[in-house]
Design a protein around this ligand. Structure first.
Ligand SMILES: Cc1cc2nc3c(=O)[nH]c(=O)nc-3n(C[C@H](O)[C@H](O)[C@H](O)COP(=O)(O)OP(=O)(O)OC[C@H]3O[C@@H](n4cnc5c(N)ncnc54)[C@H](O)[C@@H]3O)c2cc1C
Length: 481
């Protein structure tokens, strides 16, 4: 049966944005349930000369799944989950992280990727090489992808198996596409999700992971699973100052093997206090003592080492959560921060519709941790902006969320963000550690790579998709930028 294409005017306005609140437009939308449906959708797009935008869970925050016209291919109905076998599980791309977790319950197996947003789809996570708190130990989702089925932009289906299809030096072949990998000089030892991952002799699965849907549509994913850790212990420590918390970060990561180290600044704790008091949906958040200035959340997939327990005396309070169920409650606390920011932005947009949140996603080398925090605080204090800082401090990767009250503040925030990005690049960091570039951060990718390397990256896109049909606007603002 031919796939049905629906007009956007038939009540599909919700599909014109993601969590960045970027608004798009499109002529048609379709909801494939199989790889063959996706193939048909690509064929029709070619026939009518429509650009194609792929969507998963639409939780992205860079506008990557927001279309600028043409056909939206929404994969949310490709949500079949296969059986678990040999420590692996095969899923369709629209399966949500929450569904994977539910399926694994009681199996004794564990999928280490733990985004804060569990309604992200596996296809979207692959496309963005997503991370989460536990990436500090387990790495980004790339590490947990065994194989992919992909439809290339011209409609050819390919299967890529880790360890099987590899580049020979710089030469690669994926299906009928072959060429030379460019040299992009990816920052060493820094967490990054900014543009294509390429290196000599690479596993070709990794070319598609993090490509933001610009090289092909992921139609099936085989996940690698780990035995479930025998225990999981999470600690939330509250400090009187940020400096004490940063010292604790160094203590933890230099001497131990935690799974995650997460950070919540003073403003984040204040926002949670305000939300608990004023918004019914947040009433169940734990009460936070007014003395708590900065918090760290860290996790061990083993007994908490004795030295760590004694060093917790440096904190004014420390909560222990044992096992996944108690940890999940604390994760609600973490999730409440971006949710609250989004709620505030939503309220302000009613008065100023152009307003969006400004969220940073940059990482720096280990030695720049304190300098990075100082740079953020100084810039924000000088500009007098409303903000929160939270996130994956173990990887020197925190999210500064600026919550503008006017377009003037928005523009001030954007200018500040650009200045920070220049400094981060000068320090050898990445302009995107986990959210990707999408359509909202293409200027930052250009800043990080420079014109020549950006062109080299685009040469890969042109090999795969000379008509620039698939996810145009992601990574590169236009084909010849
Ligand atoms: C509250 C909140 C917390 C978050 N926390 C985290 C976090 O901890 N870590 C993190 O990494 N991210 C986080 N995110 C960002 C977001 O969840 C991730 O970027 C996620 O990977 C997006 O998945 P999705 O299914 O929603 O993709 P979408 O938003 O639908 O799409 C994202 C990109 O992937 C492409 N794409 C989607 N599916 C496919 C496919 N099958 N084939 C090819 N391309 C495809 C789209 O075209 C688009 O470019 C958070 C977001 C929110 C709102």
């Amino acid at each position: 049966m031919a796939i049905e294409l629906r007009n956007m005017t038939e009540g599909f306005a919700d599909f014109l944005h993601d969590e960045s609140r970027r608004e798009g437009h499109a002529e048609k939308i379709c909801f494939p349930t199989s790889g063959n449906d996706v193939f048909q959708a690509l064929e029709m797009a070619r026939q009518y000369n429509w650009p194609v935008t792929v969507q998963g869970g639409r939780t992205g925050i860079t506008g990557g799944c927001v279309s600028d016209g043409g056909l939206i291919v929404n994969l949310s109905r490709m949500n079949a989950i296969g059986e678990i076998a040999d420590g692996q599980m095969t899923v369709q791309p629209g399966v949500l992280l929450a569904d994977v977790r539910a399926k694994l319950q009681g199996s004794g197996l564990f999928f280490p990727s733990d985004l804060t947003e569990t309604s992200a789809s596996i296809g979207g996570m692959v496309a963005n090489n997503a991370s989460g708190a536990r990436s500090f130990k387990y790495g980004a989702v790339r590490n947990w992808i065994q194989s992919l089925e992909v439809l290339l932009p011209h409609g050819e289906a390919v299967r890529l198996e880790r360890g099987v299809q590899k580049a020979e030096g710089l030469y690669f072949r994926i299906g009928s596409i072959e060429g030379e990998l460019p040299s992009l000089g990816i920052p060493d030892g820094v967490k990054t999700a900014a543009g294509y991952f390429v290196e000599p002799d690479m596993d070709l699965v990794d070319m598609l992971v993090g490509a933001e849907g610009t090289l092909g549509v992921v139609t099936e994913v085989t996940l690698k699973l780990l035995p479930e850790p025998e225990q999981m212990n999470g600690l939330t420590a509250f400090f009187l100052s940020e400096a004490q918390a940063l010292e604790f970060v160094r203590f933890l990561r230099d001497g131990f093997d935690p799974v995650a180290i997460e950070f919540f600044d003073f403003q984040s704790l204040e926002l949670l206090r305000r939300m608990k008091k004023g918004v019914a949906a947040f009433a169940d958040l734990p009460a936070l003592n007014p003395e708590f200035h900065t918090a760290l959340y860290f996790e061990f997939d083993s007994e908490v080492p004795d030295d760590v327990v004694s060093r917790c005396d440096d904190a004014i309070d420390c909560w222990l959560s044992e096992g996944e169920a108690e940890i999940a409650m604390l994760k609600n606390f973490r999730h409440a921060i971006p949710e609250s920011v989004n709620m505030l932005i939503g309220q302000r947009r009613k008065l100023i519709p152009e307003l969006t949140k400004l969220g940073t996603d940059m990482s720096v080398p280990d030695e720049r941790l304190e300098a990075m925090m100082q740079m953020y605080h100084e810039g924000l204090a000088e500009a007098g902006l409303e903000y929160v800082i939270f996130g994956h401090i173990g990887n020197n990767h925190v999210h500064v969320n600026i919550i503008p009250r006017s377009m003037e503040e928005y523009n001030q925030g954007r200018a500040l963000y650009l200045k920070w990005a220049e400094q981060v690049v000068a320090w050898g960091g990445s302009v995107s550690a986990e959210h990707g570039i999408g359509k909202n951060k293409t200027d930052f990718l250009k800043l990080m790579l420079g014109g020549e390397k950006l062109k080299a990256m685009q040469s890969v896109k042109k090999l795969f998709d000379p008509e620039n049909r698939l996810n145009p606007g992601n990574l590169f603002p236009d084909v010849d930028a």
